[in-house]
Design a protein around this ligand. Structure first.
Ligand code: 5GP
Ligand code: ZN
Length: 152
């Protein structure tokens, strides 16, 4: 019985053997751990956009946002707030960007869903993305309808 529950809990952990973040969470690869509560783990990004740049990740392996169970939302939001506030305090940042890359076209390099928390300082020179205009109001309305239909 004890063996059975050990097997079940290890299967439920859903570790992806090839995933660097699964190895970090399992302690097989060292990380600068800053948060470890319930189903969520956070550590410093090894190549920070700004110093203090942290990654907040579900402990179970989910490839993208679309694989993360909505039930994890409360724990995730709590972790983003707690870690985000602490990163701002510790770095003296005046702002914080929360970002997530999903799929390679969006720049996702590690295929274990994760949120970037990037501390920001006035005048730090970072520009995250450029913006464009729609060609017409009609184009924008058409896309609005298409997205609404996709939501169903
Ligand atoms: P992505 O482009 O997938 O959204 O971001 C992956 C992030 O993981 C990158 O910012 C990268 O610096 C970070 N990263 C990749 N490998 C490691 C690692 O082994 N340790 C840590 N701490 N961060 C890593
Ligand atoms: Zn993983």
């Amino acid at each position: 019985m004890i063996v059975h529950s050990w097997v079940v809990s290890n299967v439920e952990r859903a570790v992806n053997q090839d995933c660097i973040f699964c190895k970090i969470i399992a302690g097989e690869i060292p990380s600068a751990k800053i948060y470890d509560h319930g189903g969520i783990y956070a550590f410093l990004d090894i190549a920070p956009v700004n110093k203090g740049h942290a990654l907040v990740v579900p402990k179970k392996h989910y490839a993208t946002l679309f694989d993360v169970p909505p039930d994890l939302g409360r724990e995730l939001t709590t972790a983003l707030q707690v870690v985000g506030r602490a990163v701002m305090t510790a770095t003296g940042a005046a702002g914080l960007n929360v970002g997530m890359n999903n799929f390679e076209a969006a720049g996702q390099l590690v295929h274990h869903a994760h949120f970037h928390l990037i501390p920001r300082h006035a005048g730090d020179g970072l520009t995250l993305w450029t913006q464009h205009a729609y060609e017409s109001v009609e184009e924008m309305q058409k896309l609005t309808q298409a997205i609404r239909s996709a939501i169903g």
